[in-house]
Design a protein around this ligand. Structure first.
Ligand code: IFM
Length: 730
């Protein structure tokens, strides 16, 4: 395996402080720690998040993933001046994020306003071995004679979610000259959060208003580095009865920075061994994007606990309040499913555990079965804010209709259940939890559809494309609902539940559900009215994709009445259900709808890449892929400040494996129709199918699959069926 990539920040540009704070977030699934610089800047938002710790502050209608007390700040006072990259002179600067281990390393040479020079090195990582621990190490070297330095660090519970306070302090305590602990509780959800820190040199403490700080004074001799280490343990009442006691116990066992890093590296190595996708490309950026997305997808997935799922920004920022969307099941889950399916089982269990809340939501809205919330957090109740941010021109807030109408999430979850089963063959899960979820979701569609002129129609929905609201018969929704009910019947039959009234109702639904068909010009109508709406030239907005610039020129209501798409919708359908239409219908619809899509959503591009690849539009596919890879890695200032786009990271993997790699699952069988981009010599990845890890190596004109056992596995390569025992070479 080649070395995993590193991400570099070479320039000090405050416009990108927050972007890099997101890009270099270190995490381990239990927690994520944003890469704020050690010293404070107004341009950066610090952040530490633990999966599942949400709180609804007074006056709020939905919960936030709580931004927890900060342990990463180190203020350096050197020769009576506070160190800042905006003060004195920076003679050398580099920050490197090693995706192999998640370690951040910033090195710089700073010229003090008094002319003396200092070498500074700041390192940090979140342990993958000990999930509760964050390690930091700073090294200061005076390069021009003796000097005095004062270092202040600690536990800062004054952290807020963009001004909203979620924690109150229970106690701030010091146990020795090097040990300290802040114990907090969330104001509404009542989660106890204890942060315990230990530093490697004695200091003096101050405590005030949720903040506990320690100051270390040190004399520096020329060229003799002074090193200070800090380890912090975060624990919450979600996983232990007494987080404060847990913190003290865990910190007692903590080893030094380097030894702990080595331990953590070993666990990351195991991850890379299984999950690494290696590409030999003319552009080194492609490998970086693949490593970047793999690191973050792993770092944001709470594989340790089925009560939590992955938020739209993972654990990398406050964006979307840490809420969970369809992003998880459709964009993120596959990354784990074909590597470690047990992780997807847990993500699905998260939904299963909240079936009751989904049933209540359905009932409240006049439906049956389970209507999963559009945005979900810890409780499993609907968390979508009722209104979007205020429009400062009109002074009004736009109502967010997704909770009321973006119902495709129900079928998306069902789709993920079936995908999980196909890949894992986990009968135990499927016969109970899986089937229950399928039945509840199918029941929802039966009650959601209405009979009109002899057909079941689904009215007043929002499909994946959120620029088109309150439409009837959204193609994506109707087809996915059909698939949901169809799969429910399939599994009811499999598990001997065929002779029930509900089974008959499902059959009737399938006979009568209206499924939009291609029109005379081969277009599948996105909904009943879309194709009749006026078109405008979108090139200006496409050039600024991702910024929602269209909404500066047109109101949402106006956008709704034109053929303008934010993100893939029909294309999304063609991706998820690849066998619905012939290649020429798929190609026609891809071209038409792409022309009308601004790609203002980060979920759009990579899906276009997959579908383009399937219809042989390889150059286009590669262009879409590259653009998708840039969403976070080359974000415009502001674009990734509030966290990374988790679904887009998942989609980078999807477009590589299901796009260029040509993997497809069809009717429960594994297919391989690779089409590598012209600039790729080799693509290698592993793919777990029916419990067996397949190593797949693709070159422009060869396909090699190796496997670990001789148990036969069926695979279709370019349509031809093979029964593999030891492997395959074509
Ligand atoms: O789930 C998505 C949605 O499709 C588009 N808006 C952002 C959400 C979170 O990523």
């Amino acid at each position: 395996m080649s070395r995993v990539s590193v991400l570099r920040e070479n320039k000090i540009d405050p416009h990108y402080f927050d972007t890099y704070a997101s890009l270099m977030t270190a995490g381990n699934g239990y927690m994520g720690v944003r890469a704020g610089f050690e010293e404070d800047y107004p341009e950066q938002t610090r952040g530490m998040f633990v999966a599942g710790v949400y709180n609804k502050a007074q006056g709020q209608v939905s919960s936030d993933l709580v931004n927890l007390p900060d342990v990463t700040r180190f203020e350096l006072e050197i020769e009576n001046v506070n160190f800042s990259m905006h003060r004195g002179k920076i003679l050398d600067f580099q920050r490197v994020f090693d995706l192999e281990t998640g370690e951040i390393n910033r090195e710089l040479i700073w010229e003090h306003p008094n002319g003396k020079r200092f070498g500074l090195c700041f390192k940090r990582f979140v342990s993958k071995k000990k999930l509760h621990r964050v390690y930091a190490k700073i090294e200061i070297t005076s390069l021009s004679g003796d000097a005095d330095v004062r270092i202040r660090t600690g536990i800062d519970g004054q952290q807020t979610n963009f001004g909203t306070q979620h924690l109150v302090e229970r106690s701030l305590r010091v146990f020795s000259e090097t040990w300290m602990q802040g114990d907090y509780v969330t104001t509404q959800s009542g989660h106890d959060v204890a942060v315990t820190s230990m530093i490697s040199a004695p200091g003096s403490f101050t405590a005030k208003n949720r903040q506990l700080l320690v100051t270390v004074n040190q004399k520096l001799a020329e060229n003799e580095p002074f090193t200070l280490e800090k380890v912090s343990v975060i624990a919450t009442s979600l996983e232990t009865e007494n987080p404060a006691e847990f913190g003290l116990g865990d910190i007692r066992e903590a080893k030094g920075y380097e030894e702990s890093l080595a331990e953590s590296r070993d666990v990351w190595q195991e991850f890379w061994q299984d999950y690494r996708v290696e590409v030999t490309s003319e552009s080194a950026f492609d490998q970086l994007a693949l490593d970047f997305s793999a690191y973050h997808l792993e770092a944001m997935t709470p594989s340790h606990d089925e009560r939590f799922s992955v938020g739209a920004k993972g654990l990398t920022g406050e964006g979307y309040k840490g809420h969970v969307f369809w992003d998880t099941e459709i964009f993120i889950a596959p990354f784990h499913l074909y590597n470690h399916p047990e992780k997807v089982r847990k993500l699905l269990r998260y939904r299963y555990l909240h079936l009751e809340q989904a049933r209540k939501k359905a009932e409240k809205n006049g439906y049956q079965g389970a209507l999963f919330p559009w945005e979900s957090a810890f409780s499993g109740e609907e968390e979508t804010p009722e209104f979007a941010a205020i429009n400062v021109r009109t002074g009004k807030r736009q109502k967010v209709a997704s909770a009321l109408a973006e119902h495709h999430i129900v079928a998306d979850i069902a789709h993920a259940v079936v995908n999980y089963y196909e890949a894992s063959q986990d009968e135990l899960f499927m016969e109970h939890d899986g089937l229950q979820m399928l039945q509840d979701t199918a029941r929802f569609w039966l009650s959601r559809a209405v009979l009109k002129d002899g057909k079941y129609v689904i009215l007043d929905v929002i499909g994946p494309d959120e620029y088109t609201e309150h439409v009837d018969n959204n193609a994506y929704t109707n087809y996915l609902a059909h698939e949901n009910v169809y799969q429910t019947l399939r599994f009811m039959a499999k598990y001997g539940q065929k002779h029930t009234a509900f089974y008959d109702l499902c059959e009737a639904f399938l006979r009568k559900i209206y499924l939009p068909q291609p029109d005379a010009s081969k277009l599948i109508p996105q909904d009943d009215t879309f194709l009749g709406k006026p078109e405008i030239d979108l090139s200006e907005y496409k050039a600024r994709q991702g910024s929602q610039a269209i909404l500066l020129d047109y109101s949402r209501a106006e956008v709704n009445e034109m053929q303008i798409l934010k993100q893939a919708d029909v294309v999304m359908l063609l991706y998820l259900l690849p066998n619905l239409f012939s290649e020429d219908i798929v190609g026609r619809n891809l071209d038409y709808y792409e022309e009308h899509t601004i790609h203002d959503s980060s979920l759009s591009k990579a899906i276009h890449a997959i579908v383009a690849n399937r219809v042989g539009q390889q150059e286009k596919a590669y262009r879409f892929f590259e653009e998708a890879c840039r969403i976070d890695l080359e974000a415009a200032p502001g674009g990734s400040d509030e966290g990374l786009h988790a679904a887009s990271l998942g989609a980078i993997w999807l477009s590589t494996i299901f796009g260029f790699g040509g993997v497809a699952i069809s009717d429960g069988s594994l297919h391989l129709n690779p089409r590598l981009p012209a600039g790729w010599k080799r693509l290698a990845f592993s793919f777990v199918w029916h419990g067996e890890r397949l190593e797949i190596v693709l070159e422009q004109d060869t396909i090699r699959v190796t496997k670990q056992t001789t148990a036969p596995i069926e695979i279709h390569v370019f349509g031809e069926k093979h029964r593999m025992t030891t492997g395959l070479e074509i």
